[in-house]
Ligand binder design. Structure first.
Ligand SMILES: *Cc1c(COP(=O)(O)O)cnc(C)c1O
Length: 361
């Protein structure tokens, strides 16, 4: 059986060494030494001024929204994981969708301005599949209209834009280290900013608002993560470049094996000047019917691609919205092919043969 993804697990012995340390110290959570070490190493890896390791990527988004003190409406993408939209609604704000770019599937910057209203306070966009948004254009629009910018960089571990780590963009960027992500800590997430004042707010907000044991700065929540989760991240750290390189080789093999069928397929376009992480391998078929036929053929061989993202977020039961034709069309026709560290090139060859057999007849 070939799943769509599989978490990378380190050598158990190495994890056990971290466990022995946790047992010896008896310090399980509340910003222990492993959390502090992971936070420092991730901050250096991402090349950002401030980085906060928290318990998941959804809470990271919610804290980002609170820290920026947003009000009213937030312009956002209908093509992302549900957490991007639900975090806005959870904060009692109103998501306003803007359709995606038909070529790279990120929020279409050219459509943002017509969606701005007097109560718009921010733009929340996702670097979907790790593909960076049009960050320059979005920043320009945000400046002109005095809006804050948050990037949901849950997919974008290791991505660079013009040589700069992807978490340097926007007022705040968030990331997820969930087990399904390229780099994971079982559960986990992070918040990055280069703004000192925001960093101060995020720091107390993720720890109940505490300032020392008996004092409080302001409103906070429990955003802490544990030593056990941090240990997983520290175990994965030495494998990062192997994981990224492996994904690149696998993705290029998919590309090569699919060339015969490629006139029937669309892949998102990568902008120039970036370092991509090959986090996912999304393919857009000509019609939903073709996609379903391919999926059935793969599932018959115990290969399980994922309809990621389906449905479009316009279909959420708590969202009232205009139809978003590009997002709805893409989400109806997309399949993410299996991609994980120990997927072999032969398996990729088999997957591509099955796909081609359904397209070229
Ligand atoms: C995974 C994901 C999240 C949520 O992260 P969790 O750590 O699972 O809470 C948010 N946005 C996107 C785009 C994601 O893929």
């Amino acid at each position: 059986m070939i799943p769509s993804g599989k978490p990378f697990l380190p050598d158990l012995k190495i994890y056990e060494e971290y466990l022995s340390g946790i047992w010896a110290r008896n310090h399980l959570t509340n910003h222990g030494p492993l959390v502090a070490e992971l936070e420092q190493r991730l901050k250096a890896f991402f090349g950002v001024k401030h980085f906060f390791y928290v318990n998941n990527g959804t809470l990271a988004l919610q804290i980002a929204i609170k820290a920026l003190d947003l009000k009213g409406e937030i312009i956002t993408t209908p093509f992302s994981y549900v957490a991007t939209t639900s975090s806005i609604v959870w904060s009692d704000l109103t998501p306003v969708f803007v359709d995606i770019d038909p070529l790279d599937f990120t929020l279409d910057a050219e459509r943002i301005e017509s969606a701005i209203s007097p109560v718009t306070s921010a733009i929340l966009a996702t670097h979907i599949y790790g593909i960076p948004c049009a960050t320059n254009r979005i920043q320009e629009i945000a400046f002109r209209h005095n809006l804050k910018v948050i990037y949901d960089a849950a997919h974008a571990f290791g991505v660079e834009i013009g040589g700069k780590g992807v978490l340097n963009f926007g007022d705040i960027s968030t990331i997820s280290f969930h087990a399904t992500k390229l780099f994971h800590t079982v559960e986990g997430g992070g918040i990055a900013t280069n703004n000192d004042e925001l960093a101060h707010r995020i720091n107390y907000m993720r720890n109940f608002g505490h300032q020392g044991y008996e004092d409080f700065y302001g409103l906070g929540i429990n955003g802490k993560n544990s030593e056990f989760h941090a240990a997983m991240g520290l175990c994965l750290f030495p494998h990062i470049s192997t994981l990224l390189n492996r994904r690149k080789i696998q993705s290029e093999h998919y590309d090569k094996q699919l060339t015969l069928a490629s006139s029937h397929l669309q892949k998102p376009r990568l902008p120039s000047g970036i370092r991509y992480n090959y986090a996912y391998y999304p393919l857009i078929f000509e019609t939903e019917e073709t996609m379903l036929r391919v999926r059935d053929a793969l599932e018959n061989e115990a290969i399980y691609p994922r309809r990621y993202f389906y449905p479009a977020l316009t279909r959420l039961p708590y969202m009232k919205t205009q139809p978003m034709s590009v997002a709805e069309s893409v989400s109806g026709k997309v399949l993410c092919l299996p991609l994980y560290h120990d997927l072999t090139l032969n398996q990729i060859g088999d997957i591509c043969d099955i796909i081609a057999s359904q397209l070229i007849r």
